[in-house]
Design a binder for this molecule. Sequence first.
Ligand code: CUA
Length: 312
Amino acid sequence: MEWLRSALLPPQGSAFAGEIDFVYMFILWLSIVLFVGIVGAELYFVWRYRYVPGRPTPHQTHNTKLEIIWSVLPLLLCVGLFFWGIDGYMKFAVAPGDAMEVQVTAKKWLWQFEYPDGTRTVNEVHLPADKPVHFVMTSEDVLHDFYVPDMRVKRDVIPNRYSEIWFTPTALGEHVSTCAEYCGKGHSDMHAKVFVETKEKYEEWMATGGDEWMKHTPEEWGKIQYEQKGCATCHSLDGAKSKGPSWKGIWGKMEKLQGGKTVLVDEAYVRESMLQPQAKVVEGFEPVMPTFQGLLRENEIRGLVAFIKSLK
Ligand code: CUA
């Protein structure tokens, strides 16, 4: 009955899609068999015991055995379906410990995804095939609902609390996710693309972050990184002293270091300060900056260097 399943349900994109579809199809066929059986018997009895002038009315009897059978059998069937369903639900509810965690933020009207390394994307998410992924979701405003039909996952995304889903994507290619809770005038535009990729392609994407950086000048891209990666918490752009030196006019300066040495603020120094911040600490500041090794991609470092250079 594969034709009926594929006519009714979207393609199977995750490891448990097959199991969910099996339960779905079982309940569908059970309903069809019971409907035909019960309505068929009803119609037969309506015809068989119709009014015929002169025919004696059959006397009514009570059949305890029959009544027990038609009460207990459906009861057992329902209890069985319940445990079958809850078994699937429990598998769906608890993510395996080695699943990749992706933070999902819903807001009117977009989806934002954040990876373990700090990478953020909007309205698209890239996943390696055959590796469990765990979405931890919250909303910044109203009730939304994260729904990926191909993966057979769907869950409300609620402000001020976290909801979760997980799955193991198995079908390579592009899948659609959509908002399944009416959330205002942009609700019907609230889609995200779910890309399931081979391990190699996924790693390539993680290394370059896709092509978003190509759409900006290096200075613009650096400014975006300055705001998104948290540089702004410690480095001002107006010369004000914060936890770290201000970036204003810093380029090309001879900077005094702890221990009395000086260093020229150039590409090499700025790059080193991002990746090994404790190597050269400017006089008058605490060595408090965390390393950004692994958190910044090559194009992001180049952007930040260009941005600092532009701050005359
Ligand atoms: Cu968000 Cu509908």
